[in-house]
Ligand binder design. Structure first.
Ligand code: DNO
Length: 398
């Protein structure tokens, strides 16, 4: 398992020379300043590689190994406007990334919102802080702030949301909206309530079946090229893994992944197995998914969640990497087993990249104001724990 670390580029308050001290082997990054739909030029890619390989003129020994994300435009997801041009640009970017030697490309197919949380720094009893998704808070946002017609929450959720909405003052309401609209780490786009409403209207007639068909069509276009270039595409799951705001979501379960893998049956059509996103549903068996879908898992996001209510949809908060509802040790054991199968099969990609996904905010992280969920100390603790699990499993298998 190859250790990697997500770095957000020059805006990231964590310097590459600091990342190096975590002992990580490679960097996950993106050209966050470019909007979806444009070509990533060789010059832009090379400049970013240089930002990673050098800090203050000094070599860092680190290289850009995984792209997260090469954004898929809303037009491609809906098949509207210049979507064919956007696919052509995506393919051109793949050619440039392959020429630059970056083999693994993560993307997602979530309409409008990427990850969604109602709290970005909820204090835990021991003083750490975590990101959380509270279904009642989300319903308050949806029903009382966004005022979306036709919401379909359970009656008990609507009732509770009504009580909470009365108790919230303007400051609390503004903070809630800001947290929910934050949903795209490092992106150039910032949503407001009004732009969100406009985006939702554009998805009015797009059913999950239609979105899945559009995704398959997109993959039929881009995957053969990726395969020929020796690249591995890997789709990140929906986070949280259930529909929000009436938008379709099609990458939430094992069955969703199996359908997409079967529809475009090439190794380059792969998965970013994010244990924290998928783990917010009790019916997602993460070690089992790693065992059954493993041959197509090209990238692992390892983090954990603690589910607070039954669901989906449900409330949950992010926990320490070894503390939540996902059996992280069993999941890593399955990832190691997959790597052994790849070695036996002579596959060149036997070393699967993973990153410690998210981390709890710990004391020294508070002053940095980095990307929510991406603190230096909290993530380093997560990496250290995961590294310990891997070492212990390897020792007992030897
Ligand atoms: C959240 C991330 C996601 C992920 C994208 C990949 O912290 O895991 O935003 O980067 O969904 O396309």
């Amino acid at each position: 398992m190859r250790e990697t670390w997500r770095w957000f580029g020059p805006k990231d308050p964590i310097r590459i020379s600091e990342v190096r001290q975590t002992g990580t082997a490679g960097i996950v990054s993106a050209l966050h300043h470019l909007p979806a739909g444009v070509v990533w030029s060789p010059q832009e890619i090379a400049a970013h590689q240089r930002r990673i390989s050098h800090d203050g003129g000094q070599p860092t020994g680190l290289a850009w190994e995984v792209v997260e994300s090469l954004p898929v435009s809303e037009d491609i997801k809906r098949q509207t406007g210049p979507w064919r041009d956007h696919i052509a640009a995506w393919k051109q970017s793949l050619e440039h990334l392959a020429a630059a030697g970056i083999p693994t490309i993560c993307y997602n197919f979530m309409p409008v919102l990427d990850w969604t949380r109602t709290a970005l720094a909820r204090p835990l009893p021991d003083g750490r802080a975590c990101m959380a998704f509270d279904l009642i808070d989300f319903a308050v946002f949806d029903i009382y702030l966004l005022k979306r017609p036709g919401t379909d929450y359970e009656p008990a959720v609507v009732e509770e949301a009504g009580r909470w909405a009365k108790e919230m003052d303007d400051t609390a309401r503004t903070a809630l909206a800001r947290n929910i609209l934050c949903g795209l780490p490092g992106s150039v786009e910032t949503l407001t309530l009004d732009t969100l409403k406009e985006h939702l209207a554009l998805y009015g007639d797009i059913t999950p079946e239609r979105l899945r068909a559009n995704m398959v069509e997109f993959l039929e276009e881009v995957t053969p090229l990726a395969e020929a270039l020796g690249l591995r595409l890997c789709c990140h799951p929906d986070d949280p893994p259930f529909p929000l705001l009436g938008l379709p979501r099609v990458m939430s379960t094992e069955a969703d992944y199996a359908a997409i893998m079967d529809a475009v049956d090439l190794t380059a059509n792969g998965i970013t197995l994010c244990s924290g996103s998928l783990g917010a549903r009790p019916d997602n068996d993460l070690p089992g998914m790693m065992r059954r879908l493993g041959a197509r898992v090209h990238f692992l996001h390892l983090r954990n969640v603690h589910r607070e209510t039954a669901g989906p949809p449900c409330s949950f908060h992010e926990s320490g990497h070894l503390e939540g509802d996902v059996d992280m040790v069993a999941l890593i054991a399955e990832a190691r087993a997959e790597e052994k199968r790849r070695v036996a099969a002579g596959r060149a990609d036997a070393n699967i990249p993973f990153r410690p996904d998210h981390g709890l905010d710990m004391p020294d992280d508070r002053g940095r104001l980095g990307q929510p969920g991406y603190p230096l100390v909290g993530r380093h603790v997560g990496l250290a724990e995961l590294r310990g699990v891997i070492a212990a499993l390897d020792r007992s298998a030897a």
